[in-house]
Each structure stands twice: as structure tokens, then as C-alpha cells.
Ligand binder design. Sequence first.
Ligand code: C2E
Ligand code: CA
Ligand code: CA
Length: 515
Amino acid sequence: MQLRLPIALKHARAWCVAALSGPQMLAFLPAATLAAFWLGGEPALIALAVAVPFLWLLFGGVDASTRARLARIAQTGLVPADQFVPKAEVVHADAPASGKSSAIFTVELDQFAELQDRFEPAAVDKVLKAVGDRLVTVSRDRDTISRIGDSRFGICLGDVQHIDLESCLQMCSRMQSAIEEPIAIDGTSVYMSASIGFCLLARAPGADAQDWLNAALAALIEAQRRGPSTVRAYSSELQSRLKHRADLRDEVAAALEQGYIQPWFQPQISTDTGKVTGFEALARWIHPDRGAISPAEFLPAIEASGLLERLAEVMIYHSFTALKAWDSAGLHVPQVGVNFSGSELSNPRLIDKVRWELDRFDLTPDRLTVEILETVVTNTSDDTITRNINALTALGCHIDLDDFGTGNASIASIRRFGVGRIKIDRSFVMKADRDPEQQRMISAVLTMAERLGVETLGEGVETVGEHALLAQLGCDHVQGFGIARPMPFEKTLDWVRAHEAKLQDAPVIPGRRAN
Ligand code: C2E
Ligand code: CA
Ligand code: CA
């Protein structure tokens, strides 16, 4: 209870509470009791026993000690998560009126999932406790610090005279350095890093502290998108970017369901015979206003919406439809390459689905080539991915190792996953006919592939010179704008016919090149 007292009385009250509740009471109480007994006998003893707690209560001892305890918690620890927003609300409401400012920081550990995989829950808690303590250490007493998620912390600065982006960034750097100090658990040192998003009160959107916190969280998510140990500030541009991204996610999901996302096909040809050896299926969003949109623009939105599995289904369906149509048209297209991302490959039902679709279309498994990025093969510790790739090989599908040269795949993994062909990345093919260094790299890859008994394909072949060089060095297949750009299915029929006609014509006209 809060009494309205004059200043002098307030001081007296504070003195009494301090005198009655401090550790000195332990020393003086026995002496006071003895003196009361000597001087006034039993009645004085009883009076003292009643008076001390009475005075303590009268002067608001309970109130003062609770406040002192809360103050101590604020100084030395974290406030419970449900108190974070109410405390930020006070700053949100009061700071602008008194011409002061503030900021909310949201901090999240970058490697929390790995930490949970590696350690027992008790050890993980120790790490979180250490991180919380360090955030307290680098903050001021008046700041509110709370664990607002699994490995997520919120820090709301108590109002300050002046704060700007520069000082916020310095504060972030102090927090990150504190978190990055090694943490000792279970006899080992754990190294953590954190990403931070923050929002200055002056830039906070909306009407209350929850909106302010949400803005800091939006900045945190943006920071996490940019990789570990990153800091981002909230701004209105960030807000519109996020809105655009959310709209794109909705639009792309609808487009996928309504059939506006389809494969375009890019031919692959043999350097030896010049014949078509397959097509790669590349996703295109056929937008009613914008025309064909490339995957770089919409794949991240598909991934963020968790729709990669659905995309793979659509790509397989259209690719198998195309194979049947080429067969019916009497065109010889041995196989189609479909790109499978890491998350599609970790789908435990993948093999059943592929087998079912092959059956449905009455196609043999060797008509499907699964393109797997070299980086996926290199970094996988996921058993399902390994099992799926092996099962696809066992089923009789081909495996192409995509973007080879960008991911450090080991020779062991090329063998382990039954890779049938290496797709040499465009970065090695570019200007290879004029750059001896590029030629040396390609030769090294070709030699390795030959020893391992796997085929090779040069990607992104744009010029006749690059095509000729790859053929001379012994690369088996080529693909690129120099042969043909990706095209809608309808155009493939004419393209294959024209290409075959060109091949047949070539020997009849002496001296003319087939290109
Ligand atoms: P990728 O698998 O390496 O595909 C080759 C990319 O290089 C394609 O880009 C193709 O259009 C482009 N390209 C082909 N020849 C040339 C050339 O001569 N010069 C140049 N500069 N580029 C060439 P696209 O279609 O934009 O696809 C980009 C990436 O998106 C693909 O790279 C692939 O990783 C991914 N992707 C495409 N479709 C799918 C899909 O259905 N599922 C998944 N998961 N990823 C896909
Ligand atoms: Ca590919
Ligand atoms: Ca590639």
C-alpha cells in the first residue's frame, strides 16, 4: 500500500524500514530483548516483541522489501517473458512525452538447433542462462531484458536522453561480442553467435509496444536471412519489403495451384553425335501480365511457403507428360532432368511418389534424371537424403551432380550416391576457349570423371568456341544458350525436328558445319 506522507516522514519511514529489516537487526535484537527484560521485566519484553513487527508493517516494510527485491531482480536477472511488453509499454507511453527515446533489441542465437542436437537439455539451459547473464552485464540497470522465445531475447532500453542508429549498432556489437565469448559446459567450450534486429522508438510503427516489438522481430528475421552474426535495423522500407515478400508468397502459392508454374525445357546434346540426349526441365512462372518469370525471382518464395515438394510434383508431372508427347510424335528424347532441392530429397515419401508417377505414365525409370546440387551432396548429414538418392539409383533413375565445381563434393560421395554424370558449372565453361586456366580446370574434372567412370556435361555453353573446346577435351554432353535457350514444351517439337534435320543434312553438304 502506498501512503501519501510529507518528505520528513518519508525519510523517517525509510530509515525505520532500513533499520528494522537490515542484517544489523540480527546483531541488535538479542541485546534489545535482554535490555527490555532487565529494565522493564516481562511486560517490556512482550511490548518489544509486538512493537518491532508492528512498526515494520506500519512503515510499509512489506511494500519496500518487495520493491527492493524486484529492483534486485531487474538489476541482476531477466524479467519473465509476459512482463516484457508491459514494461516496454511504459517506455513507449512515457519516453516521447519527456523528450526521451529508446530502442527494442531482439537477439537470437544462430546455432540453437545444432546446440540442441549436440547437448542434453540441462546443458542447453546453461548456455541460455550464460547468454542471458551476459546480456544483463552489457545492459544498464534500467533496461528490461527477457527471454521471449526458445533462444530469443528481448532488450528494451529504459528511456534515454538520446539514441541513434550509430549508438544502437555499438550496443549490438557489445552484445554480440559478449555472446561470442566461449561458454564452458560439460567440460567443453561452446562457441555461439547471435543475430540482432532492433527498432528505435522514434521509428516504431503502430500504436503500442507490441507493434514496436514486432518491428524489432521483423528486423531480426531480415538479419537472419542475411546469414549468421548479422544486425538489421527496422525501417519503413524494410516493412514494405516484407509486405512485398508476403504478397509474393501468396501469389506464387496461388500460381502453383492454378497451373501457372510449369517447366520450360532446355536441350542437352552429345558432343560426339550432335544428337539430343535429353532436356532439362526448368521452372517458369507464366505470369498473365509479366510473362515468363525465372526461378531466381520466385523459388525463395516457394521455399518460404514450404511448397518445394508441390513444385517437384508439378515438374515431374509436366516432364513425364512431355516425354510421352515426344514419344508419340516419334521424337527420340532419351530422358528429362528434373531439379530436386535438398528439402525435396529429404521427403521420406519421395521414392513412392516417383515410382507411382512412372507407373502412371508407363515410363521406365531411366527416362528420369534427377539433378542434385553438388552443395546438397557435400553438406548432407541427413540420412533420408542419402537413402532417397540411393533408392533413386537402385530404381534405375539417373543422377546428375549439378553445378559441379561449386561445392567440394568428395570422390567418395560421387561413388556413394551413384552419380552417373557430372554437370560442369558454367563458371568453368565461360570463355574456356580463350582462357588456358579454365581449360586446365575442365581437363582436371574430365580426367577425374573418366577415372570414376561417370559421364560429363558442360553447362552454360554460349559460344561455338566453348562448344568446340569442350568437344575437343572430351566432355560428353553440352547444354546452353549456344545450343538453345529454355523453351515452352510446344516449341520443343519443332526445335527437335529442325535439329535432327540439320544433323542429317550436314554430311550431304561437304564443308558445312553442323552447329
Ligand atoms: P540450374 O539447375 O543450374 O539450371 C541452369 C540455369 O542456367 C537455368 O537458369 C538456365 O536457364 C541457365 N542457363 C542455361 N544455359 C545458359 C547459358 O548459356 N548462359 C547462361 N547465362 N545461363 C544459362 P534458370 O532457369 O533461371 O534456373 C536457375 C536455377 O533455378 C537452376 O539452376 C536450378 O538450380 C533452379 N531451378 C530451376 N527449376 C527448378 C525446379 O523445378 N526445382 C528446383 N528445386 N530448382 C529449380
Ligand atoms: Ca540443374
Ligand atoms: Ca547447373
